[in-house]
Design a protein around this ligand. Structure first.
Ligand SMILES: [Mn+2]
Length: 324
């Protein structure tokens, strides 16, 4: 796809990403906004996103992000980024639907090809990687490079997940060459935790329990604990991954109390157990190594319902070496 050709002489261009923007969504939107603003100087360009987390607001264009919903506004071209389906666009879905031409750029395998023009690269680590390939390289300045780099590190878990390819690293290298302050970017946008988040992490590690001969580790966060530390569910991100890397552990579980007798369960596997299967059984979903579901009952019920599934998979798959 020739991105600039597809945008053509549009006088108004809208850009949007998915609800609750993550690093790749915010990064790709900020990068494309800046890119088109530089090249299509005559056009009116608007970027729509739900509020971006402070740590992801890495370019000054973050201040230009709009959340308004003006009825009847029609764009010549509207571009969706990092969104697997049209409903994931949230309030911007209306704009997308009403636009004269729609373009859908993404990397999710599940993408529904909801645009008139669809460019979905399944093998790309991130939408930022896809965008890099579509951009004329001479227009990639430091601002764009930073935004693209952020998306790549977030969707690859800093080059750790299996979606990282040689090409991903080559692109990251090209972006570093533009002067991206990568150490700071990785610390500030990916690993940084505030004091309260660290306290809850510590508490979870301290109170974690090993089950099934040390192959399963569990920790729970009560409503009371969340109120005490003044944290929200998003502040618990990463705790289950820390539990997962405990030596000898195959499955890590983090449970937090969302409501009375309602628990959100995050599951992580090191390969032998397919946690997606377990999550799906309880009405949730996810991937083989990372999944989640909501369970009702007492904490005791949650434990008793979950562990047999893990035990079953451990007993039936262990030692085969096949992993899955
Ligand atoms: Mn993505």
């Amino acid at each position: 796809m020739d991105l600039l050709k597809e945008v053509g002489n549009a006088r108004s261009i809208g850009i949007a990403g998915h609800m609750r923007p993550d690093g790749d969504c915010a990064g790709s939107c900020l990068a494309l906004y800046r890119y088109l603003s530089q090249i299509k100087k005559e056009a009116q360009i608007d970027l729509y996103l739900e509020p971006i987390a402070d740590k992801l607001q890495i370019t000054e264009d973050s201040l230009r992000v709009k959340q308004e919903n003006v009825e009847g506004r029609i764009y010549d071209v509207f571009i969706s980024l990092d969104s697997g389906s049209i409903d994931r666009l949230g309030f911007a879905e209306e704009y997308f639907k009403n636009s004269i031409k729609t373009i859908n750029i993404d990397h999710h395998i599940s993408n529904t090809n909801f645009g008139q023009v669809n460019y979905v690269a399944h093998d790309a680590s991130s939408t930022c990687e896809v965008l890099y390939e579509l951009m004329e390289k001479e227009y990639i300045d430091l601002t764009i490079a930073k935004a693209l780099y952020m998306g790549i590190i977030h969707d690859t878990g800093v080059f750790k997940h299996s979606n990282t390819t040689r090409r991903t690293m080559e692109i990251a290298g090209a972006l570093i060459e533009k002067g991206v302050p990568f150490s700071d970017m990785i610390d500030n946008t990916f690993y940084r935790k505030d004091y309260h988040q660290n306290q809850v992490l510590g508490r979870c590690l301290l109170e974690s329990i090993l089950l099934l001969k040390g192959k399963c580790i569990v920790s729970c966060v009560s409503r009371k604990m969340m109120e005490f530390y003044e944290v929200q569910s998003a502040d618990l991100d990463g705790i289950v991954d820390q539990l997962r890397i405990t030596k000898g552990v195959e499955v890590a579980i983090l449970i937090y109390e969302a409501d009375i007798h309602e628990y959100k369960v995050s599951l992580r596997s090191n390969g032998i157990v397919d946690v997606r299967k377990i999550a799906v059984y309880f009405g949730g979903g996810g991937h083989i190594m990372a999944a989640g579901c909501t369970m009702r009952g007492t904490l005791h019920d949650v434990f008793n319902n979950l562990t047999p599934h893990i035990e079953y998979q451990l007993e039936n798959k262990e030692g085969t070496g096949a992993g899955l």
